[in-house]
Design a protein around this ligand. Structure first.
Ligand code: 5AD
Ligand code: SF4
Length: 459
């Protein structure tokens, strides 16, 4: 197709947004717009937005706000707000960003090409926040992506397997901005991953707000069965997935992690709080004790499994004692890593109406305390790996010179990759190339990475 110009895409938020932005780029491409990294020269600017926390939402508005001046100079510039903030705000988005042309909700992506054409043909403004049952089936395949032009990791890709959520945790906007839970058909997922594998992709990260309930709404393939099918695809070496909900973590899934070689020995299992009172108010559907029991089951079945979690501090009515329960949970479980957030009030989520909101300063203090405590366990976990041999999927050259390389007398290339448990590992190597699986003996541990030598090469 003849080039009609260029498009710049800014992605804010989670892994699903990264995947969605690839879809947007493909749609733009098939409509004659190539991707550019120069936002000032672009003919179309898209911001794929996130509304999970106030800060992410502000980031979107401030990015789009910058284009008011540019649009004045170049009225043909098309400005698009896509994703969760677009879905949440609808036409209200024009109040804060009057120079916007298209507000594209989370389920409107397949109609994006049509909207661009309409705006280019002189239509004023478009808001599309309609529901859609089949979201990804009606969009171009990610495997058609020209990854060479992306200049990024070419061995690992995200593939969204389901959208939406019906758990209605009281702090969370996702059920309101991503809609009802819908699973993609297994055939469509398998086809997409097979094509990715043919193009050289080695690792697949399956995405959904709650992958454990994959297929429960429609069809009869469970998530564990889907993992089984994906692991049969030739060329795929590793399978990761996120996010799992503790209340739906089945023994079937635990066994799939244990039995399927390609499924990484790692689980991201958000706990959110260590206090039963707060878990109840969050509507999480499990108690502290059931969460701990799940972790014990996992560790029993899958020894050495890496476990990470999400935690929110300062949820409305969280007292210091409740927060202490969360600190104690960290001491008891000793996660490999955590993602911790200060509770952010979202007006569309029920918790915004809860009484006893916690002061910002108190939330910030709790967040610091929690991160400080975890830092200790992350380091302890990393230190415990010294002397062990880990299988690493090579991702590329190390960006920075690592202390450990002072001993690297031969001045070999410094490479980096990840272990099954998702630890970043740096190592010197003459032969390793991107996409190789290589055994590395760990010699040293740092707070956020490990360092070692290819096993059997050096002492
Ligand atoms: N405030 C703070 N953190 C939140 N998360 C979701 N909603 C909020 C909110 N309102 C966190 C949860 C979730 C992660 C993706 O984001 O920990 O697991
Ligand atoms: Fe949000 Fe809860 Fe659904 Fe996760 S499970 S997306 S936290 S409502």
């Amino acid at each position: 197709m003849k080039s009609k110009g260029s498009a710049y895409i800014n992605t804010i938020g989670c892994q699903m947004n990264v995947y969605d932005s690839e879809k947007l780029a493909l749609i733009l491409n098939s409509n004659g717009y190539r991707q550019t990294s120069d936002m000032d020269q672009a003919d179309i600017v898209v911001c794929n937005t996130c509304s999970i926390r106030h800060k992410a939402e502000e980031k979107a508005f401030s990015f789009l706000g910058r284009f008011a001046r540019i649009k004045k100079k170049n009225p043909h510039l098309v400005i698009v707000m896509a994703g969760c903030v677009a879905q949440q705000e609808g036409k209200k988005a024009f109040k804060r960003v009057p120079h916007l042309d298209i507000v594209l909700g989370t389920q409107a992506f397949s109609r994006f090409g049509r909207h661009i054409a309409a705006v280019k043909a002189g239509r004023q403004k478009i808001v599309d926040i309609e529901d859609s049952q089949k979201i990804y089936e009606t969009m171009p395949d990610t495997s058609e992506f020209d990854f060479d032009r992306l200049k990024e990791n070419k061995i690992s890709r995200f593939v969204t397997i389901m959208q939406g959520c019906e758990n209605f945790c009281t702090y969370c906007v996702v059920p309101y901005v991503r809609g009802k839970e819908r699973s993609r058909k297994p055939e469509s997922i398998i086809k997409e991953i097979s094509l990715l594998a043919e193009s050289g992709i080695k690792e697949i990260n399956l995405l959904g707000q709650n992958v454990n309930s994959y297929g429960q709404q429609e069809g009869d393939t469970s998530f564990a069965q889907l993992l089984f099918q994906v692991s049969k695809i030739q060329g795929i070496q590793r399978i990761r997935f996120a996010t799992s909900h503790p209340k739906d973590l089945s023994m079937e899934l635990i066994h799939a992690i244990k039995d399927l070689d390609k499924v990484c020995n790692h689980l991201h299992l958000p706990v959110q709080s260590g206090s039963d009172k707060i878990l109840g108010k969050m509507n999480r559907g499990y108690s502290r004790q059931t969460y701990i029991k799940r972790i014990l089951d996992l560790r029993k079945q899958c020894p050495g499994i890496g476990i990470s979690t999400d935690i929110i501090v300062g949820f409305p009515s969280e007292t210091r004692d409740d927060f202490s329960d969360t600190m104690d949970l960290l001491r008891e479980i000793k996660f490999d890593s955590i993602f911790a957030f200060a509770y952010s009030d979202r007006s569309s989520a029920p918790a915004s109406k809860f009484s006893h909101q916690v002061e910002e300063k108190e939330k910030a203090d709790r967040l610091n305390n929690l991160l400080e405590l975890q830092e200790h366990y992350t380091k302890e976990k990393n230190l415990s790996l010294i002397g062990k041999t880990l299988e690493i999927l090579v991702e590329g050259k190390s960006a920075k010179k690592h202390n450990g390389f002072e001993k690297n007398r031969k001045n070999l290339e410094q490479m980096t990759g990840r272990s099954e448990c998702n630890k970043i590992v740096h190592f010197p190597s003459e032969h390793a190339t991107v996409g190789d699986l290589i055994k590395i003996k760990i010699k040293n541990a740092y707070p956020h990475s490990l360092w070692g030598y290819p096993a059997g090469v050096l002492n």
